[in-house]
Design a protein around this ligand. Structure first.
Ligand code: NAP
Ligand code: F7E
Length: 345
């Protein structure tokens, strides 16, 4: 079989890095769209790039010409559109940028990609945030009702780009992925914030971590399992959307409790509302709350029903909630204790 070529937007992100590794292992020629930033963007993909296993093309989802150029250079068979302003909380402070990257960006990409090659297959990174507070469990049949600019931008990308292009006969599909995490997760997402901070607390490098809503429930899986599903969706003859989720949900509070337990630093919760705290066995406060980490609107309860993916794609997650906590804590212990990270970071 001829070597396939993939173009990944968002290759420097959590999912982009796992997907690049996965596709390289499958024998793909992999290109990634790289936006210029002042700091080192390579941390997650430098091995693949250094070994010449992926090629990077400068570009930006906000700049049509750079997208055209990336498509002309890479000539992809498959496109994975993972680039996004992906932080829900931050989307409330920069809604226009979020919309331009997440919705208009896909519009620019899909329009040009299908013009250059009508047979190209496109995967769109849709999200459980599109459900907002629709009653769980959420499946492909559940109602979309986003409550954040991020959720709205992703819903527009789905409804105004994915659905119409598919109706015209092009291969484009949405993976409606529920939260997925890993040691490569950005530190401003709650799981990584908790694992990274509590490891620092454990080793005396930080006193406590300050957080927001502990009652929110999320269906957390492992990013490595989820990129496999993205690829599976593009190997089909006909494009369809799939929910990808573990089918198990936990509160943010439970994630903290489990992380602390795995670190051998069990915590007890006390207090109510903003005064709630978690204390370690010596009675020291290791988690406190601050209003600034609460969102303007919250998605309270996400729990995915991925029956369709399990039957039609043959996909199922391999990593459990406890495995995920263990994996993230162990990676942060290695990073922090091994690297002598500074106390004020
Ligand atoms: P992430 O770590 O935040 O990565 C986002 C990627 O998008 C980064 O490579 C970033 O580049 C790139 N990017 C941002 N703005 C861009 C622009 N204007 N032009 C080009 N690239 C740009 O996100 P992730 O967790 O890997 O998620 C991947 C995708 O899945 C995103 O679309 C996200 O919305 C969606 N999603 C994620 C989850 C989840 O739980 N992780 C669940 C459902 C859907 P820089 O390195 O330069 O910042
Ligand atoms: O928040 C609560 C917060 O930022 C999870 C993105 O990948 O998944 C992700 O979006 C929950 C929320 O992820 C803090 O209020 C409490 O209820 O880790 P998060 P998210 O908003 O669910 C979806 C599926 C995506 O598509 C997105 O791209 O945790 N929470 N305290 C906190 N959240 C943060 N970030 N920081 C806190 O201190």
């Amino acid at each position: 079989m001829a070597t396939k070529t993939a173009l990944i937007t968002g290759i420097t992100g959590q999912d982009g890095s796992y997907l690049a590794e996965f596709l390289v292992q499958k024998g793909y020629r992999v290109y990634g769209l790289l936006r210029r930033v002042s700091t080192d963007p390579f941390t997650r993909i430098e091995d693949l790039y250094g070994n010449g296993q992926i090629k990077l093309i400068y570009g930006n989802m906000r700049d049509e010409e750079t997208i055209k150029n990336a498509l002309k250079i890479s000539k992809p068979d498959e496109i994975y559109n993972l680039a996004a302003q992906s932080h829900v909380g931050i989307s409330f402070t920069c809604p226009d940028e979020t919309m331009d990257i997440n919705y208009r960006g896909l519009e620019r990409l899909a329009t040009e990609a299908f013009k250059q090659n009508p047979k190209v297959k496109i995967y769109q990174a849709s999200t459980s945030e599109m459900y907002g507070n629709t009653k769980p469990p959420q499946s492909e049949k559940s109602k979309f009702a986003p409550v954040s600019p991020y959720g709205e931008s992703k819903l527009l990308a789905h409804e105004k780009v994915v659905v119409p292009f598919r109706k015209k006969g092009f291969f484009i599909c949405s993976g409606v992925l529920f939260n997925h995490e890993s040691p490569r997760r950005g530190k401003h997402f709650v799981t990584r914030k908790v694992s990274h901070s509590l490891v620092k607390v454990k080793f005396g490098l930080q006193d406590m971590v300050t957080m927001g809503n502990l009652d929110a429930k999320r269906d957390w899986g492992f990013a490595g399992d989820y990129v496999r599903a993205m690829w599976m969706m593009l190997q089909r003859k006909t494009p369809e959307d799939f929910v990808i989720a573990t089918g198990e949900s936990h509160t943010v509070r439970e994630f903290v409790t489990e992380t602390a337990k795995y670190l051998g630093m069990p915590v007890k919760w006390s207090g109510k509302g903003l005064s709630e705290v978690a204390k370690d066995e010596k009675g020291r406060v290791v988690v406190k709350l601050d209003k600034k980490y609460y969102r303007l609107n919250e998605v309270n309860n996400l729990l995915g029903d991925s029956k369709k993916a399990r039957t039609k794609l043959g996909w199922k997650p391999q990593i459990t909630f406890k495995d995920l906590v263990k994996m993230m804590v162990e990676a942060d212990v290695k990073l922090i204790v091994g690297s002598n990270e500074h106390k004020d970071d």
